[in-house]
Design a protein around this ligand. Structure first.
Ligand SMILES: N[C@@H](CCC(=O)N[C@@H](CS)C(=O)NCC(=O)O)C(=O)O
Length: 230
């Protein structure tokens, strides 16, 4: 019997983050994979928000990827994925929050936008977010990770979206500005981490998986929420 059960979906970047944390920490886990287009019966019974990821650990159900990831970092402290120094830890939390609230919804809105004018507006916003991160991580220090020489939950959060960037660029054009050299180097380092290597699907998979988003024909709770907030 594994220590952790994770309810996940291969396409889901949030679920990939949590799988990356489990892999990096060497936690033995059981993967319960769901097809989001044909949700299995257990989906509504087990998942409080009807969204993946959710984990079950020692009988406790934990959901919302940012909360799960911090929970896992607390119950499996090695290697730590939050900085020791409270000031840096606060910075990491600020970036996790800002990516979750601003960057990631913008990624989806751009992917689902059909009118050229809306695509241009969202592309501009996304590019500005990338520049903000580039500037912030330059200010923080030497790297190679976003906030120093150790991988944090902020790196883990951002990685799956960079892995999906080829899909966004395939449907909507180039997004990462050429001069974001720190982010480009960061991605190369992240690709080599155990968490990334063991969870990656590669560009072709994402290009296929996102066609429904690009045509705005995807159904599901997340897509409906995204349309409502667009
Ligand atoms: N805020 C949530 C977002 C999770 C989320 O949006 N999951 C999507 C897949 S990427 C999902 O399960 N959607 C179910 C649906 O759309 O019906 C988290 O961070 O865990």
């Amino acid at each position: 019997m594994s220590d952790v059960e994770i309810f996940s979906a291969e396409v889901c970047p949030y679920a990939q983050c949590t799988r990356m944390v489990l892999v990096e920490k060497g936690v033995d886990f059981t993967l319960r994979e769901a097809d989001l287009a044909n949700k299995p019966d257990w989906f509504l019974e087990v998942l409080p928000y009807s969204k993946v990821p959710v984990i079950r650990h020692q009988g406790r159900v934990v959901y919302e990827s940012a909360i799960i990831n911090e929970y896992l970092d607390e119950v499996y402290p090695e290697p730590p994925m939050m900085p020791e120094e409270p000031g840096v830890r606060a910075t990491v939390r600020v970036w996790i929050d800002s990516m979750n609230i601003k960057l990631l919804p913008c990624f989806y809105r751009l992917m689902m936008a059909q009118e050229l004018e809306k695509q241009a507006k969202e592309a501009e916003t996304l590019t500005a977010h990338f520049r903000l991160i580039e500037t912030a991580v330059r200010a923080e220090g030497a790297g190679p990770y976003l906030f120093g020489d150790k991988q944090s939950l902020a790196d883990i959060l951002l990685y799956p979206w960079f892995e999906r960037l080829p899909a966004l660029e395939h449907y909507r054009g180039k997004m990462l500005p050429e001069d974001c050299s720190r982010l480009k180097n960061w991605f190369k380092v992240m690709e080599e981490t155990k968490g990334a290597r063991e969870t990656t699907n590669g560009a072709e998979f994402h290009i296929k998986a996102y066609i429904k988003y690009a045509n705005n024909t995807v159904d599901g709770i997340s897509a409906r929420e995204m349309r409502a907030t667009a």
